[in-house]
Design a protein around this ligand. Structure first.
Ligand SMILES: [Zn+2]
Length: 151
């Protein structure tokens, strides 16, 4: 019998944080140090593209129910040093068995990786500057460097 994660339990919240850390470390993610509060894990997939996991872990414990879920995103580091979301957030709900929550998190990261590869192979890049494009809220593919904007 597998016990379900209980977000009311401080022990469960601590155990889930430990499991997440272990699983993400095995998947070669490391903790990014520029964030305060929540532990954020990163895996560089190229010199400019990173998969980022907002773990919901704060001080060694997952956040409580109703607070932010685990989120997985792909980030592009622009030439000006700013971060641009390439693939928007996929949320992982902290429900069910803890091993399932942890596996779902890594699976979402794999989905994002696969989508990055698909976009690269489909040559979804800016025709002017070659930077990757992302899908805007209006449904257009937009250059991640916004190269048409005069600097
Ligand atoms: Zn461009």
């Amino acid at each position: 019998m597998v016990t379900k994660y209980n977000p009311e339990s401080l022990v469960d919240r601590t155990n889930l944080a430990v499991l997440l850390h272990k699983r993400l470390s095995e998947a070669k993610f490391s903790i990014a140090d520029q964030f305060r509060g929540e532990d954020v894990y990163e895996l560089a997939v190229s010199s400019k593209i990173t998969i980022r996991v907002f773990s919901s872990i704060v001080n060694g414990m997952c956040r409580g129910n109703g607070e932010d879920a685990i989120r997985v995103v792909a980030i592009y580091r622009r030439a000006d040093g700013k971060d641009q979301f390439l693939l928007n957030e996929t949320r992982v709900n902290r429900t069910g068995a803890m091993t399932d929550i942890v596996n779902r998190t890594v699976e979402r990261a794999r989905d994002i990786y696969r989508e990055l590869v698909r976009r690269k192979n489909a040559k979804m890049v800016c025709r002017s500057c070659g930077a990757p494009t992302f899908l805007s809220s209006k449904g257009n593919e937009v250059c991640a460097e916004t190269c048409w904007v005069k600097k």
